[in-house]
Design a protein around this ligand. Structure first.
Ligand code: NAD
Ligand code: ZN
Length: 379
């Protein structure tokens, strides 16, 4: 059946209200305009960022909305003027983009594309602000330009990484957010040297991917910090060598870590979204050379407070989206690392569900039971 240029009717899980279960609806997905592609999503997974914006407790509410940004699929059709993508290409949609033409895309140091950088408040397409999703003519908002909780979605081509068609999409879909974010935060941002110590705050998929980065970099000690002790057993498989649950100590966790490491860790990576953990992750690095990076998404009213002397004492604080990877340029290479067995993805996948049961994936994440839950579309 030729669908090019036609509206596609398909299933999508629509969030009508904050914190309420998603509802399976038939939606109309309009064809892609200039510079856009329509993708048939085959697998999607749930990341904590989806959950924050769905809960909308510390974030601006925007409903009805189709969430989802960690996914893999196949290009169904392309809009006018596109030459780098074709129907049939295997792709990962990515929540932040690469236009290829702005000062950030030209800089080796940045992935904060002027045109396509992450924008959590935008509910429509980039050029006209309009949605490509509707139900009986009523528009449904997009999320992060990806909206992968739909069997078909329309994405800007700058947010689409074309990958090896032999890569299994039910595994490499996690490369489209959590895996790359954590791995890159370690390897591209704090860059531990061989033999250094690394603390990881938050042992979900993002933190465990950061731990993988530390292991690949040859870290001597990888200290995992989490409020959920159930994470510790799982984390051993990711090379985490020691564990700290802040709830087990009367002292601030910064002090606990300083005592364990003779003054502080060499590097730390925060992957929790808690502003307290962000402050702790910075203050627990060694003076003179310690570097910390913030990865967790804060609430909109959070403020980071620390004494300026912590910086004067030669500690460095950084932050990153998507582990500093440029989505189109770098992500096909991360997928190749999996294909060459340099990266293991299977151990991140603790649960699988058919699309019709997507709400269960939210429960698993909220209860801290899952690392990643892969959702099979069309099932
Ligand atoms: P997750 O829920 O699977 O894992 C988070 C872990 O942090 C949990 O195990 C939780 O128990 C722990 N935690 C929460 N508060 C803590 C605290 N105060 N101290 C210690 N541990 C604490 O989430 P995830 O999908 O791995 O995502 C992690 C974070 O990264 C989220 O904030 C998410 O929004 C963010 N994120 C950022 C980017 C980026 O590009 N910067 C990309 C993806 C996800
Ligand atoms: Zn994510």
């Amino acid at each position: 059946m030729i669908t090019t240029g036609q509206i596609i009717r398909c299933k999508a899980a629509v969030a009508w209200e904050a914190g309420k279960p998603l509802v399976m609806e038939e939606v109309e997905v309009a064809p892609p305009q200039k510079h856009k592609v329509r993708i048939k999503i085959l697998f999607t997974s749930l990341c904590h960022t989806d959950v924050y914006f769905w809960e909308a407790k510390g974030q601006t509410p925007l409903f009805p909305r189709i969430f989802g940004h960690e996914a893999g699929g196949i290009v169904e059709s392309v809009g006018e003027g596109l030459t780098d993508l074709q129907p049939g290409d295997h792709v990962l949609p990515i929540f932040t983009g690469e236009c290829g033409d702005c000062p950030h895309c030209h800089s080796e140091e940045s992935n904060m594309c002027d045109l396509l950088r992450i924008n959590t408040e935008r509910g429509g397409m980039i050029h006209d602000g309009e949605s490509r999703f509707s139900i009986n003519g009523k528009p449904i908002h997009h999320f992060l330009g990806t909206s992968t909780f739909s069997e078909y979605t329309v994405v800007h081509s700058g947010q689409v990484a074309k990958i090896n068609p032999d890569a299994p999409l039910d595994k490499v879909c996690i490369v489209s957010c959590g895996l790359s974010t954590g791995l890159g935060a370690t390897l591209n941002v704090v860059k531990p040297k061989k033999g250094q110590s690394v603390a990881i705050f938050g042992l979900g998929a993002v933190g465990l991917a950061a731990a993988e980065g530390a292991r690949i970099a040859g870290a001597s000690r990888i200290i995992g910090v989490d409020l959920n002790s159930q994470r510790f057993d799982q984390a051993k498989e990711f090379g985490v060598t020691e564990f700290v649950n802040p709830r087990d100590h009367d002292k601030p966790v910064q002090q606990v870590i300083a005592e364990m490491t003779n003054g502080g860790v060499d590097r730390s990576v925060e992957c929790t979204g808690s502003v307290q953990a962000m402050i702790q992750a910075f203050e627990c690095v060694h003076d003179g050379w310690g570097v910390a990076v913030l990865v967790g998404v804060p609430s909109k009213d959070d403020a980071f407070k620390t004494h300026p002397m912590n910086f004067l004492n030669e500690r460095t604080l950084k932050g990153t989206f998507f582990g500093n990877y440029k989505p189109k340029t770098d992500i096909p290479g991360v997928v190749e690392k999996y294909m060459n067995k340099e990266l293991e993805l299977e151990k991140f996948i603790t649960h699988t569900l058919p699309f019709s049961e997507i709400n269960k994936a939210f429960d698993y994440m909220l209860k801290g039971e899952s690392i990643r839950c892969i959702i099979t579309m069309g099932a």
